[in-house]
Every structure is written in structure tokens, then in C-alpha cells.
Design a protein around this ligand. Structure first.
Ligand SMILES: O=C(O)CCC(=O)C(=O)O
Ligand SMILES: [Fe+2]
Length: 175
């Protein structure tokens, strides 16, 4: 990833995650007779760096928001879904965008997913990579401590990608 982004000091990318955390969440979505009336998991972007997700029993349910529409991600046998999270959006100075997603439920069958989240270390800083910030491409996100980031996140309501707005430098965002 660092190579693809032409980050000059590849160690910079490694340093972000070197002492980072891996957290696993298992999702169990029971069948629901009225699937249109409920949501399995509210729309959100993952707050960490990279998420690796397995749709265990290959039931459809994961959807991503693309051009304002919800697009289903059909499970492929033995395949992982790899999601960009907000921390990577910040580090890449917006070159890689985190993806808004949600999970729906089915009427007939349960759905099981396992997500592995990879986050930066607590105690470090969350900041766009130095070599991606230039006079032509100024920093789009503030530099904050990972502690500030997590505290702010826990204190906010999950609503799509809205928490990133707190970290964005206003008036500088390319859409
Ligand atoms: O169950 C899924 O497919 C999505 C899970 C997810 O987005 C999450 O745990 O953050
Ligand atoms: Fe997620």
C-alpha cells in the first residue's frame, strides 16, 4: 500500500500500525420475518485502519454506499472483503476513502460474519503521512492523538461517515 501511494519512507506506514491492535467482532444476524422493517447494522464506516471481513455462511446482507445508492456485496466462497477505515483515509490524506456500509437481515436464514479490525496503536498520533502532504496537496485532516480520536469517537453517535467531519480541516476537502 505504501508503495502504491508512493509514500517516500515506507517505514512511516509501518510505524502507524507497528504496535497497533487487531480486534475481532463476530456478527450474528438472526432471521427476521419483516426484514424491511429492521436493520442488522446501522450505516457506518469502520473507525480503524483496515478491516478484513468474512461472510461466513455466504448469506447476502453486506451493502456499501456508492454514488448515494446501497449496493449489495455478494459473498464469494472463501473470499475476504477488505474495507478501508477512517484511520487509513486520514493517513493517506484522503487518497483512499473509507467506505460507508451497513448490514441487512434476511427473512429465512441467519447470517454470520467475522470482522478483523486493524487499528493504530494507542498512544501514537493520527495524522496524514508526511510525504503525502505537499504545498499542492495540503493536509485535509488535523493531527490528533489516538486517545483524542478514540474518546471523540466513543462520545459521538454512529451516523455514516460523520465522525470524520470532526477531524477534517474545514474548507480544504476535495469531494
Ligand atoms: O456483518 C457485516 O457484514 C458487516 C460487519 C461490520 O460492518 C462491522 O462489524 O463493522
Ligand atoms: Fe463495519
Amino acid at each position: 500500500m505504501a508503495k502504491a501511494l508512493k509514500i517516500q519512507q515506507q517505514s512511516e506506514m509501518v510505524d502507524f500500525f507497528k504496535e497497533g491492535e487487531q480486534t475481532i467482532r463476530m456478527g450474528y444476524y438472526p432471521p427476521c420475518p419483516q426484514p424491511d422493517q429492521v436493520i442488522g447494522l446501522d450505516p457506518h464506516s469502520d473507525a480503524g485502519g483496515l478491516t478484513i471481513l468474512l461472510q461466513v455462511n455466504e448469506m447476502q446482507g453486506l451493502q456499501i454506499k456508492k454514488d448515494g445508492l446501497w449496493v449489495p456485496i455478494n459473498p464469494l466462497p472463501d473470499a475476504f472483503v477488505v474495507n478501508i477505515g477512517d484511520q487509513l483515509e486520514i493517513m493517506t490524506n484522503g487518497i483512499y476513502r473509507s467506505i460507508e456500509h451497513r448490514a441487512t437481515v434476511n427473512s429465512k436464514k441467519e447470517r454470520i460474519s467475522i470482522a478483523a479490525f486493524h487499528d493504530i496503536e494507542m498512544g501514537g498520533y493520527l495524522t496524514p503521512a508526511c510525504s503525502l502532504v505537499t504545498p499542492e496537496n495540503p493536509a485535509l485532516y488535523k493531527t490528533i492523538t489516538s486517545k483524542e480520536y478514540v474518546e471523540g469517537l466513543l462520545g459521538s453517535k454512529i451516523k455514516g461517515k460523520s465522525y470524520l467531519d470532526v477531524v477534517k480541516i474545514k474548507n480544504e476537502i476535495r469531494e
